[in-house]
Design a protein around this ligand. Structure first.
Ligand code: GRF
Length: 198
């Protein structure tokens, strides 16, 4: 399974995926890493690991469409089976999503459909839920709304704030992304349900 990784920051989910591949737990190849931010620590990590790493800085393009066209060009050359969003802080256009239907995956730090959008962990704390977690899902034209692949849960403690909850969720994210990619070796999507062959 050929994976194109898109990220904007820290890149801990990318590294978790890389390490699962390196130890033979996940049969996959990371064929490119693209960051829209030149200073993303995840990009630096990709370079140090010797992976094909690209900066496509959105601030240097005249329009959103121009930026996306360049990302799509690089992704296309890498010929991935899946595009893996790992903390990629750009919304994808309908055209981008349509170019890779049910082949773009994202991870979100809440149990979707609860708490989509930014500051999901703070939303969870403020709402008083007792359980939260993370969701790996396909990307469709709506924000954090595509068919769900894997979810993992964590408790929300009385003394949690957004950052303590985020740290607890992040540990599960790393497991969830690897679990999801393993399952995506063979799958079909039936409406909103993702069904695995094994
Ligand atoms: C994660 O919390 C992920 O759920 C969200 O962005 C964050 C990325 O973290 N989409 P990292 O860059 O993978 O460390």
């Amino acid at each position: 399974m050929r994976l194109a990784i898109l990220l904007s920051g820290r890149g801990s989910n990318f590294v978790a995926i890389y390490e699962a591949v390196a130890r033979g737990e996940l049969t996959a190849e990371i064929v490119c890493v693209i960051s829209n931010r030149p200073d993303a620590p995840g990009l630096e990590r990709a370079r140090k690991l010797g992976l094909p790493a690209h900066v496509v800085d959105h601030r240097t393009f005249a329009s959103r469409a121009d930026h996306e066209a360049e990302v799509l060009r690089i992704v296309g050359q890498a010929n991935p089976d899946l595009i893996v969003l790992a903390g990629y802080m750009r919304l994808l256009s309908t055209e981008f999503v349509a170019a890779y239907p049910m082949r773009i995956v994202n991870i979100h730090p809440s149990l979707l459909p609860s708490f989509p959008g930014v500051d999901a962990q703070a939303q969870a704390v403020a709402s008083g839920v007792k359980v939260s977690g993370c969701t790996v899902h396909f990307v469709d034209e709506n924000l954090d709304a595509g068919p769900i692949i894997v979810q993992r849960t964590v408790p929300v403690h009385d003394d949690d704030d957004a950052s303590t909850l985020a740290a607890r969720i992040l540990e599960e994210e790393h497991l969830a992304y690897v679990e999801a990619l393993k399952k995506l070796a063979s799958y079909r999507v039936d409406g909103r349900r993702v069904i695995f062959d094994s």
